[in-house]
Design a protein around this ligand. Structure first.
Ligand SMILES: [Fe+2]
Ligand SMILES: [Fe+2]
Length: 178
């Protein structure tokens, strides 16, 4: 069995762990360039903030007969997008980076657009958010694949956010089908 061949060089790892103590959670076994991962995560932060802004705006502006149900869903999604932004920002800090919430560059860095359909057009709002969710699902899948086994913690974070984005897309699809 391949597992029988597994040998871990603990004395080397103990020596390396003592070096660069200021790097905190980032050790010599970290498999990627932290600068690149931080840059990718900062685009995730921007994407999540733009999604939070879009859902919040749509929840407040929505009018019409199905307003209450649609606005409640947008409000719930908005709260989750904000949590996604915070979780990505926490991971950036853990990797030794600075989370970038600069409003001057948020829209350019985000994977999705901030759009404001007519307030009476609930269907257009649902479609704009579904499109955004589908873009995010694709970009996060690519990020998770790129991270692979090189940074399992960031990959699990992205996968856990991805799972919620898929739920968002499913919720919107259900509402569009009503
Ligand atoms: Fe999100
Ligand atoms: Fe989402």
């Amino acid at each position: 069995m391949a597992g029988d061949d597994f040998v871990i060089d603990v004395s080397r790892i103990r020596d390396e762990a003592r070096q660069k103590m200021a790097d905190g959670a980032v050790t010599s076994t970290y498999g990627l360039d932290t600068g690149k991962v931080i840059a990718v995560l900062n685009d995730v932060v921007a994407t999540e903030v733009v999604c939070w802004l879009r859902y919040t705006r749509h929840a407040i502006s929505a009018t019409g007969i199905d307003r209450a149900q649609v606005a409640a869903e947008f409000t719930e999604h908005a709260a989750e997008e904000m949590q996604h932004a915070l979780r990505a920002a926490e991971r950036i800090a853990q990797l030794g980076g600075e989370p970038d919430f600069d409003p001057a560059t948020l829209a350019q860095r985000a994977h999705t657009d901030y759009t404001t359909p007519d307030e009476k057009d609930l269907k257009a709002m649902l479609e704009h958010n579904l499109l955004a969710e589908r873009i995010v699902i694709s970009t996060y899948q690519e990020i998770a694949r790129w991270l692979g086994d090189h940074d399992p913690t960031t990959r699990r974070l992205i996968e856990s956010i991805l799972e919620e984005e898929e739920e968002h897309a499913d919720d919107l699809t259900d509402l569009l089908a009503v």
